[in-house]
Design a protein around this ligand. Structure first.
Ligand code: GDP
Length: 424
């Protein structure tokens, strides 16, 4: 059976922790989109890890991790992460990399950096991992698949052709040092050596695994609102963050995805620019940021402070719907235990009218939050394993959110650890 684990919001919902928890009963974990631009933070008996490219399942020795064709593959980063994990005592993970995955080229990272500098104050807040230039090239059909590393003659010829175009921009738009095809070719040969042991036809592997009834998890990066089609365009990422794309980015039949577990955090956080209706500021935000997640809400890749807000039912209901949610995992609930009262955003006021439909970006910029205030529970709920043992106000909060979402909350996460979870 194939399950997808995806985010309902702006990312950082705790998908890594949920994947890590569910990986216990899984055979294969697949990354199907995105690159090293976001990260999952995972706490387990080996320590605390920030993974950017490796799937969250690498900590179990019974699982195989797959980097699907939809991923922006940063080869040195992947191999570096692998070495780091092993050096901290984790058994060497079994990794397979799609021969159709495309490679993040060193110039993608350069272009990301140059463009952010050129846009200055108007930038997208990119993590400068090369993701937007990478996907631009992929769809402009000048990207490089892993398989191309193994045909040296064709690779050299294509590199020279592509660099003509890149160098025009570098010279005339960015005024930076030109790229050299021979140098780049040598770098790619290094990449080939690093990645060769892992390369295969992962789509065929997964097809076989599905026939054998294996349990497969598709692990999404970021969340619904960062999807290029259905998110807060243009403040989105460059690959689809939706479970539906899991079929494409992993190369499996769409009807094999039987469960879509959408992860929602009990409050909101976002990185980068873009409308964020339920955002809070000042001391209120600082307090939540400091207490949030595991050791504060700071970016796993960049370390920058995340923007904070109350739970947004409008955005989350939409985020769950667009994912095709079968189950909601409601995470980081323990963090709210310090609050006397917990505001929740239940509607948007746009031009004097109240709506609970999530609008397109131009309307969204004008939206003001309509808040409802629920009583807090003022206790530490970590360590609780049964739903009935949660304080009444805490259960009321969960049930209020569930009703607003219109999708069942079947998993509750009340701590960063693998076992801090309540099934319902
Ligand atoms: P992801 O990208 O969706 O996997 O999310 P992140 O890893 O950026 O953010 C989740 C953060 O919250 C990590 O630091 C996790 O260790 C932590 N976390 C996950 N679930 C819980 C939870 O239920 N409670 C607490 N306190 N922290 C959690």
């Amino acid at each position: 059976m194939v399950k997808a684990i995806v985010g309902a919001n702006w990312g950082d919902e705790g998908k890594g922790k949920i994947t890590d928890t569910l990986a216990k009963e899984s055979d294969i974990i697949v990354r199907f989109q995105g690159g090293a631009n976001a990260g999952h933070t995972i706490v387990n008996n080996y320590g605390k890890f920030a993974l950017h490219t490796l799937p969250s399942g690498v900590f179990y020795d019974h699982t195989t991790s797959v980097i699907g064709n939809g991923v922006a593959l940063d080869i040195p980063k992947l191999v570096g992460e692998l070495e780091e994990v092993v050096s901290k005592g984790v058994p060497r993970p079994k990794i397979l990399v799609s021969d159709r995955a495309q490679i993040v080229m060193p110039y993608h990272i350069l272009f990301d950096t140059y463009e952010e500098a050129r846009l200055a104050g108007k930038s997208f807040g990119s993590t400068k991992s090369g993701i937007a230039p990478f996907y631009s090239d992929k769809y402009a059909k000048i990207g490089f698949q892993v398989s191309e590393l193994f045909d040296e003659v064709a690779l050299k010829e294509k590199l020279e052709r592509v660099l003509v175009q890149k160098n025009v921009l570098i010279e005339h738009l960015y005024h930076q040092p030109l790229l050299n095809a021979d140098e780049l070719f040598n770098t790619l040969m290094e990449y080939r050596k690093m990645i060769e042991p892992y390369v295969c036809d992962t789509s065929a592997y997964l097809y076989q695994a599905i026939q054998e009834g294996k349990n497969i998890l598709l692990e999404g990066q970021l969340g619904s609102l960062k999807d290029p089609d259905h998110g807060i365009y243009p403040m989105v990422t460059s690959s689809s963050t939706l479970a539906g794309y899991g079929a494409i980015g992993a190369g499996i039949p769409p009807y094999e995805i039987k469960k879509v577990i959408t992860v929602c955090k009990a409050y909101s956080s976002a990185v980068g620019a873009g409308a964020f209706v339920s955002e809070i500021f000042g001391e209120e935000a600082d307090e939540l940021r400091k207490r949030g997640g595991d050791g504060g809400e700071y970016g796993a890749t960049t370390g920058r402070p995340r923007r904070m807000g109350w739970f947004d039912c409008v955005a989350s209901r939409y985020g769950c719907r667009i994912q095709g949610t079968t189950d909601v995992a409601f995470t980081v609930l323990d963090v709210l235990g310090y609050l006397d009262e917990i505001p929740v955003c239940t509607g948007y006021e746009i031009d004097g009218r109240i709506t609970d439909d999530f609008p397109t970006t131009t309307q969204l910029e004008k939206a003001k939050p309509v808040l409802e205030v629920l009583p807090g529970w003022k206790t530490d709920i970590r360590g609780i394993r049964r739903y009935e043992e949660l304080p009444e106000n805490c259960r009321n909060y969960i049930e209020f959110v569930e009703k607003q979402l219109g999708f069942p909350i079947t998993i509750i996460s009340n701590g960063p650890g693998r076992d801090d979870v309540i099934y319902r």
